[in-house]
Design a protein around this ligand. Structure first.
Ligand code: F6R
Length: 241
């Protein structure tokens, strides 16, 4: 594993954007595996800046996102499709037809997961998968479990996640109860994994994930078994490594 320690969030975002840019420059039709959440926002902003300066061309790039809520329309401001549109896709020349996020409105979410697995296979796999990390070590919506779930699947959100998300919705009834997420196998098959972490509150889980035992109780710990992981974090998040 390669570790890049940045002084702060801004530098971390720039470093992570540099790594994604290298993929886009070296392989213009690369497949980027993307994540939502607060950590990669600065990285997307940096990519948009470089695109505006003429340094990046996304015209042949393909993307697959990690996850999406079941039941949310792509236009809902809490959907992950909306996040990707507003943070990246709407600001660069990526072909909308080349961007993939599970369809939150699919009538049969299980069938949608199977379709999504086929999309990833048809793209020839993922060149680089961006991952943030939850405080419990979750990656995508793969929460601590007894076993690793393999490919894209439907997850029931825990009561605590539903409660935590409630602040983003008009009422608790509107909070999605399920999500679709790439599984551990889909993630592990990416040719490179780019983990982004920021903030002191991530220091404990970064330590557990990368120096503790490999266990489905800490889903990110499986990344120790991946041959090409790049961890980019600010000093605070890496302080316990
Ligand atoms: C996002 C995702 C999540 C986040 C994780 C960290 O698509 O799947 O696993 O990466 O919850 O979120 P932040 O970056 O907000 O700390």
């Amino acid at each position: 594993m390669k570790i890049y320690a940045a002084n702060d969030y801004k530098q971390m975002s720039r470093q992570a954007a540099n790594i994604l840019s290298a993929h886009v420059i070296l392989k213009p039709d690369c497949v980027l595996g993307l994540a939502t959440g607060s950590t990669p926002i600065g990285m997307y902003k940096q990519l948009v800046d470089w695109y505006n300066k003429g340094d990046l061309d996304f015209s042949q790039v393909k993307s697959v996102n990690l996850d999406e809520y079941v039941g949310l329309a792509p236009t809902h401001d809490q959907s992950y499709r909306y996040f990707m549109q507003t943070n990246l896709f709407d600001h660069v020349n990526i072909d909308p037809a080349n961007t993939n996020v599970p369809n939150g409105l699919a009538e049969d979410p299980e069938a949608e997961c199977r379709r999504y697995n086929q999309v990833i296979r048809d793209l020839g796999g993922i060149d680089v998968q961006v991952l943030g990390m939850g405080h419990n070590g979750h990656i995508g919506f793969n929460e601590p479990e007894e076993a690793f779930e393999l490919e894209t699947h439907v997850v029931n959100l825990t009561e605590s996640t539903i409660r935590a998300n409630a602040r983003f919705f008009a009422s608790e009834d509107e909070v999605p109860k399920k999500a679709m997420t790439m599984g551990i196998k889909s993630i592990m098959q990416a040719r490179q994994i780019l983990v982004v972490v920021s903030g002191e509150d991530k220091a404990d889980i970064v330590k557990r994930a990368f120096t503790g035992p490999v266990t489905p109780n800490v889903p990110a710990s499986i990344l120790q078994m991946h041959p090409n992981v790049v961890l980019v974090g600010d000093k605070a998040a890496l302080s316990k490594l």
